[in-house]
Design a protein around this ligand. Structure first.
Ligand code: FMN
Length: 400
């Protein structure tokens, strides 16, 4: 049984922390709650005491509590501190080392991992002051979950909603359970590559990087030392992951080769199969031939998955490919797995539920090994990452 200290600050989502307490208790862990003065305006300490079955703390100058130096002892007794919901105010106070309440004093004197679940209006979240504060707290090693996008209590829409209780609990479980992939090194490729035609034009695809980034993020949370090699994307990089940015397939291959040896390699990037022969160093002018057309000659890019899979000197123990198909999904995926000598392949159709898989949060995939074929159905890209990582954990458990 692990001990969690839950700090609740004064946001509209404070009532949702009651469900978090129930989830923590349901999983068999112990939870003690600290509420800020503002939090008590939204929720009753009695509800927190009843659900947690522990005393609730609100006051820094509580004689009984402080006779045991409560603001220090509470964090020393815990395995993990969770701040949910975290207001813009308490995050700003943390950055500046302000300790004007029991909650802020605990946070300043804390010596345990801290998980933060922000919750605030979208304008508060996107305010440059908050952006700087979040950056600073992340740099100090604190771990964030959320916020999610959606409609807020105030009716505005955007990022700032506290993550779902199940998501917060998942992060808690990564932090309190022993990291099953500790000691393993992982390489993940993600996003598109871009192949220049001339200095201003290129060939690329619509890959968002969401799938590869979700996998890299989870591998890191599970304890693997993770290196993410990514083409240009518009999503934030996962925390605690080494990131190398590349543009072309050749650059991606070079970065992959330099990151070897690794134990686990996952190739989720949408690598361009071709590159332009003789790319122009100057912007190409409009064609002057009589048809007003223009030809671009393409040549094949190196096959990154095959090159790493067949690299006898430094082959990763586990090589996992992704393949996107528009027809004959399973047959094409299986033949690719053999042709490219990878251990597992994850196959997805380009169109799912009438939408492109690119830039979508959902993915319908099949998981193939030389013995197995599992259809995982239409699930979120985060769920694909979870299912894949649990296969990876099983693989190394069985190998041990
Ligand atoms: C009805 C209401 C809802 C609020 N909701 C939020 C919120 O969701 N997130 C937030 O950062 N602040 C919110 N605030 C502002 C905070 O309550 C205020 O900044 C307070 O000083 C936070 O104190 P604390 O950080 O010590 O708990 C809200 C205020 C009111 C009156």
């Amino acid at each position: 049984m692990k001990k969690i200290l839950l700090i609740v600050s004064g946001g509209i989502a404070a009532y949702r922390s009651l469900d978090l307490i129930r989830e923590i208790k349901r999983r068999g862990d112990d939870v003690t709650c600290v509420l800020t003065k503002s939090a008590t305006k939204f929720v009753q300490p009695l509800s927190f005491a009843s659900l947690s079955q522990n005393k609730v703390y609100t006051d820094l100058f509580d004689i009984e509590n402080e006779s045991k130096i409560g603001h220090i002892k509470l964090s020393r007794d815990a395995d993990l501190i969770v701040l949910a919901p975290a207001t813009a105010n308490i995050l700003a106070k943390m950055v500046h080392g302000i300790s004007d309440s029991l909650a802020t004093s605990i946070l300043l004197a804390n010596n345990k991992p801290l998980l933060i679940a922000p919750s605030m209006n979208v304008k508060m979240w996107n305010n440059p002051a908050t952006i700087e504060n979040i950056k600073s707290l992340k740099n100090n090693g604190h771990i964030f979950v959320g916020p999610d996008d959606g409609e807020m209590a105030c009716g505005e829409v955007g990022s700032g909603k506290m993550s779902k209780v199940e998501e917060i609990y998942k992060e808690i479980s990564y932090l309190i359970n022993s990291a099953p992939l500790k000691g393993k090194k992982a390489l993940v490729t993600s996003g598109p590559t871009i192949e220049p035609i001339d200095p201003v034009r290129f060939i690329s695809n619509r890959s968002s990087g969401k799938q590869g980034h979700a996998i890299a993020s989870l591998l890191s949370k599970l304890g693997a030392e993770t290196h993410l090699i990514t083409g240009p994307v518009n999503i934030p990089y996962p925390d605690n992951v080494k990131v190398t940015e590349i543009n072309t397939a050749n650059e991606m291959l070079n970065a992959c080769m330099s990151s070897l040896p690794v134990d686990i390699s996952i190739f989720a990037a949408a690598v361009s199969d071709w590159k332009v022969v003789n790319q122009s160093s100057k912007k190409i002018k409009k064609s002057k031939n009589k048809n007003n057309d223009m030809n671009i000659l393409l040549e094949q890019n190196p096959d990154i998955l095959k090159t790493i899979s067949e690299n006898n000197k430094n082959r990763p123990e586990l090589v996992v490919g992704f393949t996107l198909e528009t027809e004959n999904l399973i047959k094409s995926a299986r033949s690719k797995m053999i042709k490219k000598s990878c251990d597992w392949i994850i196959a997805n159709n380009h169109i799912q539920n009438n939408e492109s898989v690119f830039d979508n949060d959902m993915n319908e995939v099949s998981f193939l090994t030389n013995k197995l074929e599992e259809n995982w159905g239409l699930i979120s890209k985060k769920n694909v990452a979870e299912k894949l990582c649990s296969k990876i954990i099983d693989y190394f458990d069985n190998a041990a």
